[in-house]
Design a protein around this ligand. Sequence first.
Ligand code: IMP
Ligand code: MG
Length: 337
Amino acid sequence: MNVRRPVAILSQIRAPRARCIGGDALPVADTKHRANAPLTRPQFAHESEEEFARLLDFYGIRWEYEPRSFPLEWDETGRVIESFNPDFYLPDVDLYIELTTLKQSLVTRKNRKIRRLRELYPDVRLEIFYGRDYRNLLFKYGLAKGWDSPAPYVKTLAHDIERILFTEAQIQDRVRELGEQISRDYTGKSPLLVSVLKGALYFIADLSRAISIPVAMDFMAITSYGGEKASSGAVRIIKDLDEKITGRNVILVEDIIDTGLTASYLVKNLSARDPASVRICTLLDKSVRRIVQDLPIDYRGFEVPDIFVVGYGLDYRQLYRNLPFIGVLKEEALQRT
Ligand code: IMP
Ligand code: MG
């Protein structure tokens, strides 16, 4: 067999057979900051691949399935007679992943191919995942960082999570952007960040540190007469602001705006105290659930679909606030009494 290395290797790489990006939670154009919902699922060749894809989705790691075929051998006419298609590509870390069982008959042939791939394409980064312990492998390769809190208790809570919607890193990036935006918009002023306990606790802590102009903070506590998962819009203030806000530029910092009833009540309440301005900054916007029509949101972290989310301040029955990411609870955790 004549093995050549054509100059134009790239031109022989065929078009993606199946392409899917899961974990679509990264900022892109106008679909910006939408929660990750894999659009189409490719046809997986093995159940283990599907399992791995689910795990990548869980961690919000974007992936493509068999997006590229690397020619390894050519015949005399230059026709490709052997190639290698790694199972996954993770674009954010520029890494190909090949899932492999330990079945000896397959391993030898695959190892030969992988050696060849490394010779021909030295710049291509490929990791081989042996066995099915993908979770540990992701940690080992440093891919699944950002949720593995050192506190055992937080780890236990994390097991109630179906999937991660926004990773710690994604939240931090977005909060930084919002902080920069606010710093620009309020240059020369010193806005007052008003937050409602307790959901926006982590958000206001991080946001205020991402703002590069002088800011003050004040807090309110309210109870909404709703169930555990929805608000009725009827709000009672149980702790009011410490300071007067007359003439101040107020930014209402919210964790999530759902029906909009709470925020609408608060904006009216604050506006009645003669501030110079009142604007809304919310980390999450569940706009599909909006009841209040006229609620201008000036700063919005992420759009979320109509699902109940927890973490980074958001609770279910006062739990899960201290998860560093925002995720979707498993049904069993919602049913638990
Ligand atoms: P709204 O008055 O319907 O906009 O409700 C806003 C409040 O409902 C938030 O401040 C949260 O306390 C709560 N909420 C709405 N959706 C969620 C969710 O998905 N997870 C946790 N709390 C939520
Ligand atoms: Mg709540």
